[in-house]
Design a binder for this molecule. Structure first.
Ligand SMILES: [Zn+2]
Ligand SMILES: [Zn+2]
Length: 143
């Protein structure tokens, strides 16, 4: 099954095969400054088709991560590790149909401002817990 989407101005168009149902929220400082709350759906590189490459700007937001945006309208497109085959953490707001998605977890919950909260229930992880999880799964992937 294919799900389509586009940025606010339409310069960047996406097409996703086998869209996952799990949506994630990140309350870290970088996501907050880039657009209030980082909402993402992880999509494997092989399942994402993008048109309008010339409209895409990329910002190195950390040593290991990049954020892409539309240079015309400023829409957040995705977050991605700086590796050629890395998954795209796509902004769900780009999609034409979000009806199959559900919010399952929130990371960097310790950085969430008191001003807002999701109704939940969600699995919540602090920044330290998240980094510990990344470290242990990275170790597990080593040959
Ligand atoms: Zn745009
Ligand atoms: Zn974040």
């Amino acid at each position: 099954m294919t799900t389509t989407g586009h940025c606010l101005c339409g310069a960047v168009k996406i097409s996703v095969t086998d869209l996952p149902t799990d949506m994630h929220a990140c309350h870290c400082e970088n996501c907050r400054r880039a657009g209030v709350i980082g909402m993402t759906v992880p999509v494997a590189a092989k399942n994402l088709e993008v048109t309008g490459q010339e409209a895409i700007g990329v910002y190195d937001s950390s040593e290991w991560g990049q954020r892409a945006f539309c240079k015309t309208c400023g829409s957040n497109l995705w977050f991605r590790a700086k590796e050629p085959d890395a998954d795209f953490y796509l902004s769900p707001g780009l999609l034409d149909d979000l009806s199959t998605l559900r919010l399952v977890d929130e990371i960097f919950i310790d950085s969430k401002p008191a001003a807002y909260a999701f109704a939940g229930p969600t699995n919540q992880m602090t920044g330290d817990e998240f980094f510990a999880m990344i470290a242990s799964s990275a170790k597990g992937n080593q040959p």
